[in-house]
Each structure stands twice: as C-alpha cells, then as structure tokens.
Design a protein around this ligand. Structure first.
Ligand code: PGA
Length: 250
C-alpha cells in the first residue's frame, strides 16, 4: 500500500507572528504523535519568507516545500525564487500548476517547464490538475486532467519522481468537496494515463485537494486510491490540520 501524504498549503497566509506560532503548534502536535505510522508524511508549504524562520527540529518528520518555483537559477532575475535557493532553505517539494496560478495565466507549457526545473534542482514536483465546474458539467473532467498531466509527463523523464494532486477547481476554498467516488474515478484515469505514458501509475502518489476538512478526511483517505490530501484552509488551524493527519493514520 502506498503511504499517505498530507500537505498543508498555507497560500498567502497567515501574518508572521501567527504563522510562526502555527508552525510550532503543528511541530508539537506531530512530536506527540511520533513516530507516524505506515510512513505517513506531512508537509507544510508556507509563504516563502517563512522558510527562513521555521525550524522543525529533529524529532518530527515534517517536510517543508514551496507553493511555486521560478524557472531561473541564481542571477539577475528580479523577483524570482529558484529551486536551488528553495533547496538551501530546506524545501523538498514544490507545487506546480496550482489552479490559483493557472487562473493567473500559467498554461500547461509553463507548468511543465516548472516541473522540470523542480526536478533539476532536487525538488519533487507536486503537479496540481483539476477541472472547472463548467468542464465537469460538460463531461470533460477526464480529458482536462489527462491534458494537464500529459504536458508534464511529456517533458519530465519517466524515471524522475512526480507526485500529482487532483484538485477540482470548484472544490477549492468553496466548502464543496468531491465525493470519494468522483475522486477515485479521476485517480484511476490518472494512473492509467501514467501507465500509458511509460510511468508506473500504481507507484505514483496521487493526492486529493479541495475543501478537505476533519469531517470529510476519513472518508476520502479511507480509499486506497487516494494517497493523501492537499489541504488549504484547514491547514491554517493546527487542530484541524492534525485531525486530518490522524485520519490518514487511521
Ligand atoms: P482548500 O484549498 O482546502 O482551502 O479548498 C486546497 C488547495 O487549494 O490546495
């Protein structure tokens, strides 16, 4: 069985003092649960300035990652933050293609380049895919996520690590969660597409994201097809985030 991966995406939250406190609460909560069973992995993706402040210590297994990556290496690239620098600040993975960035104009080709940049600099790319409500209503869900996936698998060598998060756009930050059945259907299609592309779909972690909360986490994470959760809003409260970690352990 694949291990469960719980990733907290803080987005542009919270203010400095609260973020430092929240991180401490999560570290203490994980320390109290250590060691996490069955290889449950927990990651936090804070806004970049926090990376310099947050020190998980040695006693908990908590990874930190980035919400985005620049294509640039060190150099005269004003405003960019590249993978080498993220690695130096302890990042082990980065999101690529989050829908909030796709809405800002990032297309499949740029997302694929970012996945390659992540891999080149030693970060695991966690590719976000997902359909809009309109696309779901039009019956295009599988075609959309397969297209988003194919852009990246066409650019990244088959043997390189790739994690995927299925995040239906209509479920992000809305309080509407996809049902386990809806998620499983998409995850299976993604695994088949990975297999067809020469990757091992059954060895690829595929997470679900979109209004994951303590009260729906167990039903989603109870499925062997759902390898974890990408959690936005509920990752901003230690108790709710840790309750989702507990649901992964169950
Ligand atoms: P949400 O966000 O849990 O607040 O819906 C998920 C995400 O955007 O990754």
């Amino acid at each position: 069985m694949r291990p469960k991966v719980i990733v907290g995406n803080w987005k542009l939250n919270p203010p400095r003092e609260r973020g430092t406190q929240l991180f401490g609460e999560i570290v203490r909560g994980l320390a109290a649960r250590a060691p996490l069973p069955r290889g449950v992995e927990v990651w936090i993706l804070p806004p970049t300035p926090f990376l310099a402040l947050l020190d998980p210590g040695v006693e908990v297994s908590l990874g930190v990652g980035s919400q985005d990556i620049s294509l640039c290496g060190y150099g005269a690239h004003t405003g960019e933050i590249g993978g080498e620098l993220l690695r130096e600040f302890g990042c082990g993975l980065t999101l690529v293609g989050h829908s909030e960035r796709r809405c800002g104009g990032e297309g499949d080709a740029l997302v694929a380049e970012k996945a390659v940049a992540a891999d080149r600099t030693g970060l695991i790319p966690l590719l976000c895919v997902g359909e809009s409500e309109q696309e779901r209503d039009a019956g295009e869900t599988i075609a959309v996520v397969e297209r988003q996936l194919a852009a990246v698998t066409g650019a990244l060598s088959e043997e390189r690590p790739l994690w995927v998060a299925y995040e239906p756009v209509w479920a992000i930050g809305t309080g509407r969660t996809a049902t386990p059945g809806q998620v499983i259907e998409v995850h299976r299609a993604l695994r088949d597409a990975l297999d067809r592309g020469g990757r091992n779909g059954s060895a690829t972690p595929i997470l679900y994201g979109g209004s994951v909360k303590p009260d729906n986490a167990a039903s989603l994470l109870g499925s062997d097809e759902i390898d974890g959760a990408l959690v936005g809003g509920a990752s901003l409260e230690a108790n709710s985030f840790l309750a989702i970690v507990d649901a992964a352990e169950a």
